[in-house]
Design a protein around this ligand. Structure first.
Ligand SMILES: Cc1c[n+]2nc(N)[nH]c2nc1OC(C)C
Length: 317
């Protein structure tokens, strides 16, 4: 019995690591069949010894019950939306406003703007306890069970931190195409785009359906950055990675608006190569103290802006 307990612990650690390697690092160290075998062994042991079952066990990703409806979640700090820029001049104007307010010693960080839906995840002492949609920015829906099915979301962090993190849930393009193929075969209405497919999947009341949709998530922010000791957005993203979160590796520090424009130009060309849709680039003042100085308007930060790509012109043949 005692070695059953140690075997359960060992399997939970092992499977969490294998899951991290596969879904966050995209570098599995064991074949899928090995992972499945160990997961099956853990499921059996947890059934035989339910007292050893923990909420962060890899077997707990797909919750049991189908919900009647989602309950509401009040966001402690509002989930802000972004002001938009549509051309070079808009970006230069943004840069001027920033320099006017905090002076010329600034650096930016550019991040891909994933075309998905914004979600927030809350961790208590390292354990994933609640996840919610952005909603209207102040009140969202509790979609914890559905977010648990996203394999790249850690159910327990590497450190017992209590914090709230934010990111964009999305559906990879290949999964979107496959899902629509299956829908067409079932003569069901297909989703218009991966963003709608991701939103529709996270709004399923049955977590088993969400789990089948192969959703993913990139984290981009920490609710209260200050609490973690991070002093910059780029440092915050590195911290998120250290804690076991999936962050987008295409981010780049830019020391001038010229470098920002280069990055925007580069990704305007390259975005079709990505495995997921992006609808723009997010440019942020990197220093958190300068972000504080700049503050926010009612709905958007003054220290960030979204460069939006022109809507895809539909090629009619
Ligand atoms: C709405 C949003 C969306 N995104 N996407 C990224 N990559 N960063 C980011 N930041 C956001 O808002 C913060 C600037 C508050």
């Amino acid at each position: 019995r005692s070695n059953a307990e140690s075997r359960v612990k060992e399997l939970q650690e092992l499977l969490s690591r294998y899951n991290y390697e596969y879904h966050v690092l995209d570098k599995p160290s064991v074949p899928d069949v090995e992972y499945d075998k160990l997961l099956h062994e853990l499921k059996q042991l947890e059934e035989e010894y339910p007292e050893f079952l923990t909420p962060d066990s890899p077997t707990q990703r797909i919750g049991g019950s189908v919900l009647e409806q989602f309950s509401k979640v009040n966001h402690k700090t509002p989930m802000l939306s972004l002001g938009n820029a549509f051309n070079e001049q808009d970006l230069r104007d943004f840069d001027k406003r920033v320099r006017k307010a905090v002076g010329d010693k600034i650096s930016y960080i550019c991040e891909l703007k994933i075309d998905g839906l914004a979600v927030s995840l809350r961790y208590e002492k390292g354990l994933f306890v609640q996840g919610a949609t952005r909603g209207d920015g102040s009140v969202g829906e509790d979609i914890t069970a559905n977010l648990k099915t996203i394999r790249s979301i850690p159910l327990r962090l590497n450190k017992p931190f209590s914090l709230e993190v934010r990111g964009e849930a999305f559906m990879p393009r290949s999964s979107f195409l496959q899902l629509n193929k299956e829908k067409e075969e079932r003569e069901e209405l297909p989703f218009a785009n991966p963003r709608n497919a991701a939103a529709g999947s996270l709004r399923q009341l049955d977590p088993r359906i969400a789990s089948s949709r192969n959703l993913d998530l990139f984290l981009y922010g920490i609710g209260e950055l200050g609490e973690t000791g991070a002093e910059t957005q780029s440092g915050g993203l590195d911290l998120l990675s250290e804690l076991g979160f999936k962050t987008n590796k295409e981010r780049r520090k830019c020391e001038s608006i010229e470098e920002v424009l280069q990055y925007v130009e580069e990704w305007t060309e390259k975005r079709a190569e990505l495995e997921y849709d992006i609808d723009g680039i997010v440019i942020k003042v990197d220093s958190l103290s300068q972000q504080e100085e700049l503050g926010t308007t009612v709905k958007s930060p003054r220290w960030a802006i979204a460069f939006k790509f022109p809507a895809e012109e539909v090629v009619t043949v």
